[in-house]
Write a protein that binds this ligand. Structure first.
Ligand SMILES: NC(=O)c1ccc[n+]([C@@H]2O[C@H](COP(=O)([O-])OP(=O)(O)OC[C@H]3O[C@@H](n4cnc5c(N)ncnc54)[C@H](OP(=O)(O)O)[C@@H]3O)[C@@H](O)[C@H]2O)c1
Length: 378
C-alpha cells in the first residue's frame, strides 16, 4: 500500500531548501507567494523496506504555507489546500495520508480533514510521542541525570503531543511541571491526570519561570517564536525539542556547552530510502535531517502503509496511549529506529555529548553541586 504525506516549510531555512530561488525575498513576500501557490507533489519516496521484505513508496505533497498564516488565515482556506494536497496523493495511488507539522495542528487536529478526505488520514502524532519520549530518556541517560529524583518540564503540556508525553514521562520522574498559556485547560488536564500518575504535578503559564525548575525538558508547542533562552536552563539539562518550528533559541548552542539539546522526532527509515525531487528527477530532496532519516510523523504514515492499515489512525487532541504503544511496536518491527542525535541543523556527535557531560560536571562542581539555572545563580 502507498502513502502520501503533506508537508510545508516551518522556517525560512526550509524555504531555502525547497525553493533556493526564494532566498533574499523577505518573509512577508514569501508568505504571500505561498498563500497563492496551489498544492504540488514535491518528493517521491522509494526504497522503504522492512527486514522481513515488505516495501512501500509514497509522495510528500506540499501545501505551501508558512506556519503563522496557517494559524491566522480562515480555517477553510487552509483546509482546502491541505485537502488539495491529499487529493494529489490519492491520484498518485496513496491510500493513507499523513499530516505534517501545522497541517496536523490547524483546527481540530485532523478530524475535519479526515471526514472530507478520499483516503485514510493520520497526524503521525502517536509515533512522534513515542519517539520523543524515547529521545528524552536517551538524552537524560547520556547526561547522567538521576530521573527518579528529577523534575521534568513539558511545554505544550495540554496539546495533542505534549499531553501524552506527560503521561509517558511521569512514571520515570519525581515531579512534572506542565506548561501552556491557557490556565483553565492546564488545571482541567492536571486534575484528570492525578488519578493516573503518582509523581508530583504542578502547572505554569510562564515558560521562563518553569524551565529553570527542571533538568529534563520536552517542548511540543505551536509557538512561532523561540521560547527557551540560554539562561533559563539548569546545569547539565537535557532538552528534547519536538516543536516545528523550534522553541529553543540558537544562542543555547553557543552559550550553554553543558546542556544537551536534541530534536526528538527523527527516525532512521529501514531499507534504502530515497527522497527524490519530483520536479528534478535524480536530485535528492534535503529534509534537513541525517541521511535516510525522516520525521516520526512521516514514519508513522509509512508504518501504516507497510501494515496495509487503510484507517484513520491518530486524529484530534487526547491521543489514546494504546495507539502510541501499538505504533511504537509496529515501527520497531518494521525496522524504524531513533536516528542519531541532532540539534540546530547539525548532528550531535558522541564527542559533543561527552563534552556536554564534562562541562556539566565542571559547572556543578564550581556551583557546589547545585542544579540551578544560571539565571538563579547569584
Ligand atoms: N517532530 C515531529 O515529528 C513532529 C510531528 C508532528 C508535530 N510536530 C510539532 O509538534 C508541535 C505540537 O503539535 P501538537 O499537534 O501537539 O499541537 P497542539 O495540539 O496544538 O498543542 C500545542 C500546545 O502548545 C501550547 N502552546 C502553544 N503556544 C505556546 C506558547 N507560546 N507557550 C507555551 N505553550 C504554548 C498549547 O497550549 P496553549 O494554547 O494553552 O498555550 C498546547 O498545549 C508543533 O510544533 C508541531 O509542528 C512535530
Amino acid at each position: 500500500m502507498k502513502f502520501c504525506f503533506v508537508i510545508h516549510p516551518t522556517s525560512l531555512e526550509d524555504v531555502a531548501r525547497y525553493e533556493p530561488g526564494a532566498v533574499g525575498k523577505g518573509r512577508p513576500l514569501i508568505e504571500k507567494i505561498m498563500e497563492w501557490m496551489p498544492a504540488y507533489a514535491a518528493v517521491h519516496v522509494t526504497g522503504v523496506r522492512t527486514p522481513d521484505g515488505r516495501e512501500t513508496e509514497g509522495w510528500f505533497v506540499a501545501a505551501p504555507f508558512m506556519p503563522e498564516p496557517m494559524l491566522r488565515l480562515p480555517r477553510e482556506t487552509v483546509y482546502e489546500k491541505i485537502l488539495g494536497a491529499i487529493e494529489i496523493g490519492a491520484s498518485l495511488g496513496a491510500e493513507i495520508a499523513g499530516l505534517g507539522a501545522f497541517t496536523g495542528v490547524v483546527g481540530d487536529a485532523g478530524i475535519t480533514i479526515a471526514e472530507r478526505s478520499p483516503i485514510a488520514v493520520t497526524t503521525g502524532n502517536s509515533l512522534t510521542i513515542a519517539a520523543g519520549v524515547e529521545s528524552l530518556l536517551r538524552g537524560a541517560h547520556e547526561m547522567e541525570i538521576p530521573l527518579q529524583s528529577s523534575t521534568a518540564v513539558v511545554i505544550g503540556a495540554t496539546g495533542s503531543i505534549g499531553s501524552a508525553c506527560v503521561e509517558l514521562i511521569a512514571p520515570h520522574v519525581e515531579h512534572v511541571v506542565l506548561v501552556a498559556r491557557n490556565r483553565t485547560r492546564l488545571e482541567r488536564y492536571v486534575e484528570s491526570l492525578r488519578e493516573r500518575v503518582s509523581c508530583g504535578l504542578s502547572i505554569s503559564t510562564d515558560v521562563r519561570e518553569a524551565v529553570p525548575r527542571g533538568r529534563v525538558v520536552l517542548t511540543a508547542t505551536t509557538s512561532t517564536q523561540e521560547l527557551i533562552e540560554p539562561d533559563d536552563l539548569q546545569t547539565g539539562a537535557v532538552v528534547c525539542e519536538l516543536s516545528l518550528p523550534h522553541d529553543v533559541g540558537r544562542r543555547v548552542a553557543l552559550e550553554r556547552p553543558d546542556v544537551l539539546v536534541t530534536e526528538g522526532g527523527n527516525m532512521r527509515v529501514p531499507g534504502t530510502p530515497r527522497f527524490e525531487r519530483v520536479r528534478e528527477p535524480g536530485r535528492d530532496f534535503d529534509l534537513g535531517l541525517p541521511p535516510q532519516a525522516a520525521l516520526a510523523c512521516m514514519s508513522e504514515t509509512m508504518v501504516l502503509a507497510l501494515e496495509n492499515r487503510r484507517e484513520n489512525y491518530t486524529l484530534g487532541r487526547g491521543i489514546a496511549l494504546e495507539r502510541v504503544l501499538e505504533i511504537d511496536r509496529l515501527a520497531k518491527r518494521a525496522g524504524f529506529t531513533l536516528a542519531g542525535m541532532r540539534a540546530f541543523d547539525a548532528a550531535v556527535t558522541p564527542a559533543q555529548v561527552a563534552a556536554a557531560r564534562a562541562a556539566a560536571r565542571e559547572r556543578r562542581t564550581a556551583n557546589g553541586d547545585r542544579l540551578v539555572s544560571s539565571r538563579a545563580v547569584p
